[in-house]
Design a protein around this ligand. Structure first.
Ligand code: GLN
Length: 491
């Protein structure tokens, strides 16, 4: 290996791309070193459900060969890992669940297809809350992921494996999905960057569905620049996803140079109430002061119905999940109960054995709110409130370019601390869920530490304003170095 490249795991995706291009190291060298890193830390972190070492090395060799033949594909030879709900052809796709513990996907998700076509090398599939239902990674059938900053703490969820792997400098970038905060919240709790694009910006084809009107694929990286690079590859219309939007994909990396000066930043009055930990509030306010100093204008905005976002979400998301998860019946794929007595017994035992407690709770809630007699009172009402929340954002964006505030109410919490109290767990997403209900893009960037643990600043933009939030995040990262500070244990 060329001198100076022995700590490739600390490099950003952008730097690795440059290094590969300049021939400083090969994709095989890079891939081998990261696979070693996965091996060294899997026991501590439990960030992976599957590691595809052999296939990765083959892909790396192919990438090196292609490069030698003049291939300059954007991600050629660069590493990537996928949250284990992106279907990957010929590779286990468990969704963190026992019910899919034996499911090998016959096709690739569009996200996987696009990232592969750009030349990336998949190293493995990351651990996650079962069916992406959770905020702590504790609902995974494969056991919890631990936070790289402290092994007693949760990395957040549901994309906890992806966030932990990126925070621990194991991989520079990972995919995730965000239905109510599952990219942004773990990013905040691990000191990484988490980008959830506009609903419809990235294809959902081949993602195991949780709540289809809210689910969106995105990325977890260590810089906004890397997030921009990956989003450019993933985004764009896909005819296999009927909610994918045919909207031009800008050059997100080129857009990063847009200055903060003149940007109108909305501060939501309701975001700084008693639910926010003092240490987080202090760090978020300091970050806003940095942006103000740089020439942004801070404007107070009102989201009068935002308090209703958590209850609204916990009607809409379970309703959609109860419908989406009805396909897991032990007949077509996945786990099947042994020796069923009849069809009903097969369904009941398969689903009781295959789904964990949180998933069963959601299916029951969802079935209830959709049932005749309760539909109007719960589901229909929730849909109406969802509209109101969307309108509140729309109104706020008449006066501001982005909305900034905390990503999560606290820093990382202990594993086991909130498992007995679903409501407290659900409140983790109080600042993130609004963007999902309204379909808006959001990003979380590290903005400092409270009691030695990372704090996230969230930026939310209008529909398809990924460029604006990425540029603001990138400019902030030019002025601060919080994102460059990793956990000592993994340095
Ligand atoms: N924590 C939220 C939930 O459990 C959000 C999950 C997600 O975004 N996938 O539903």
């Amino acid at each position: 290996m060329v001198q100076g490249t022995d700590a490739l795991y600390t490099w950003s995706l952008t730097d690795l791309a440059r290094g590969l291009k300049d021939g400083e190291f090969s994709s095989r060298e890079l891939t081998e070193s990261l696979l070693r890193r996965i091996d060294d830390h899997q026991q501590r972190l439990n960030a992976f459900i599957t590691v595809t070492a052999d296939a990765a090395l083959q892909r790396a060799d192919a990438a090196d060969k292609a490069r030698a033949n003049g291939d300059e594909s954007l991600l050629n030879g660069l590493p990537i890992v996928y949250k284990d709900l992106f279907c990957t052809k010929g590779v286990l796709t468990t969704c963190g669940s026992r019910i899919l513990a034996n499911f090998v996907s016959p096709y690739d998700a569009t996200v996987v297809e696009r990232i592969s076509a750009a030349g990336a090398v998949m190293l493995g599939k990351t651990n996650m809350d079962e069916f992406a239902m959770g905020s702590s990674n504790e609902t995974s059938y494969y056991g919890p992921v631990t936070n790289p900053w402290n092994k007693k703490l949760s990395p957040g969820g549901s994309s906890g494996g992806s966030a932990a792997a990126v925070a621990a400098r194991i991989v520079p970038a990972a995919t995730g999905t965000d239905t109510g905060g599952s990219i942004r919240q773990p990013a905040a709790l691990t000191g990484t960057v988490g980008l959830k694009p506009t609903y419809g910006r990235v294809s959902r084809f081949g993602m195991v569905a949780f709540a289809s009107s809210l689910d969106q694929a995105g990325v977890i990286t260590r810089s906004a620049e890397d997030a921009a690079l990956l989003l450019g590859v993933m985004a764009g219309y896909d005819k296999r996803d009927s909610t994918s939007v045919d909207h031009p994909v800008p050059d997100y990396v080129a857009g990063l140079s847009k200055p903060v000066k003149g940007l109108k930043i909305g501060i939501v009055r309701q975001h700084f109430d008693e639910g926010l930990a003092a240490g987080c509030e202090e760090r978020v306010k300091a970050a806003l002061a940095v942006l103000k100093e740089e020439g942004a204008t801070l404007i107070e905005v009102d989201l009068p119905n935002i308090d209703l976002s958590v209850p609204t979400y916990y009607v809409v998301a379970p309703a959609e999940c109860s419908s989406n998860l009805s396909r897991f019946d032990g007949v077509r794929f996945g786990h099947r109960a042994d020796n069923p007595e009849n069809l009903l017994d097969l369904y009941c035992r398969t689903r009781s054995e295959g789904f964990g407690a949180e998933v069963q709770r959601r299916i029951m809630t969802g079935t209830y709110v959709l049932s005749a007699g309760y539909y109007d009172a719960y589901y229909l009402k929730a849909q109406k409130v969802r509209q109101l929340i969307s309108q509140d954002f729309k109104k706020a964006f008449e006066n501001v370019d982005v909305i900034a505030g905390p990503t999560a109410p606290t820093t990382a919490f202990a594993i086991g601390e909130k498992t007995d109290d679903p409501i407290t767990m659900y409140l983790n997403d109080i600042y993130t869920i609004g963007a999902n209900l309204a379909g808006l893009p959001g990003i979380s960037v590290p903005c400092g530490f409270a009691d030695g643990l990372p704090v996230g600043l969230q930026l939310v933009g209008p529909h398809f304003a990924e460029e604006t939030i990425l540029a603001c995040a990138h400019q902030y990262q030019q002025l601060t170095d919080w994102h460059a500070q990793g956990p000592e244990e993994f340095s």
